[in-house]
Design a protein around this ligand. Sequence first.
Ligand SMILES: [Zn+2]
Length: 49
Amino acid sequence: MKLTKETIWHFTCDFCKLWWSFASSDEFQPKKKIFCPHCGRRNEIDDDA
Ligand SMILES: [Zn+2]
């Protein structure tokens, strides 16, 4: 069998302040620019976040 560990990423939109989450494996690195699924605006991720 194969074991995987799940990491949940939480994003908070700079514009509408709503948040969403995204589950992935440990290797995932979020892209610098992410579109909010609520308002559709583009968020940029801070390097020190
Ligand atoms: Zn938004």
